[in-house]
Design a protein around this ligand. Structure first.
Ligand code: FES
Ligand code: FES
Length: 160
């Protein structure tokens, strides 16, 4: 059987993985969320619905916020992926979105928070000065069971 490979970058680190059904290989149907968490140990990206409905697993792929449970790892050839672990600066300084969430207590249990922060980061990179309503629309795919939405909006508003 011909072995193929998939190469991509996660948090500025390049990975090349063998695709196939042998031990240690990436099966063609493996989801990016599982590769990130189980193979790369990047468990900051959370799993909840695993059906594209909650936004907890959101990562940034080539500048776009994407639910990683909706992406096959084999389809990530050449992509640049950023997870919550890659958002802070190399010296540990938090991304302004992360810092604003802390400053405004924009979470309770925190399970949804990595996904919301990644969606916010990607959105603000494209639209740095949105209205509160535009932010609400941008976060429509991210659910928070703890009802932290109002603090989230306040945190994001402080950055715009
Ligand atoms: S776990 Fe991916 S959208 Fe819910
Ligand atoms: S802070 Fe608990 S789910 Fe959002």
């Amino acid at each position: 059987m011909k072995t193929t490979q998939v190469s991509f970058t996660v948090n500025s680190k390049r990975y090349t993985m063998s695709v196939g059904k042998l031990f240690g290989q990436i099966p063609p149907n493996e989801l990016l969320i599982d590769s990130l968490r189980d193979r790369l140990g990047l468990t900051g990206t959370k799993i909840a619905c695993k059906d594209g409905a909650c936004g907890c697993c959101t990562v940034i792929i080539d500048g776009d916020a994407v639910p990683s449970c909706e992406v096959l790892t084999v389809d990530c050839e050449g992509k640049s992926i950023t997870t919550i672990e890659g958002l802070a600066a190399p010296d540990g300084t938090l991304d302004p979105v992360q810092q604003a969430f802390i400053d405004y207590y924009a979470f309770q249990c925190g399970f949804c928070t990595p996904g919301i922060i990644m969606t916010t980061r990607a959105y603000l990179d494209k639209n740095p000065h949105p209205t509160r309503e535009e932010v609400q629309d941008a976060l429509a795919g991210n659910f928070c069971r703890c009802i932290s939405h109002y603090h989230v909006l306040d945190a994001i508003e402080s950055l715009t």
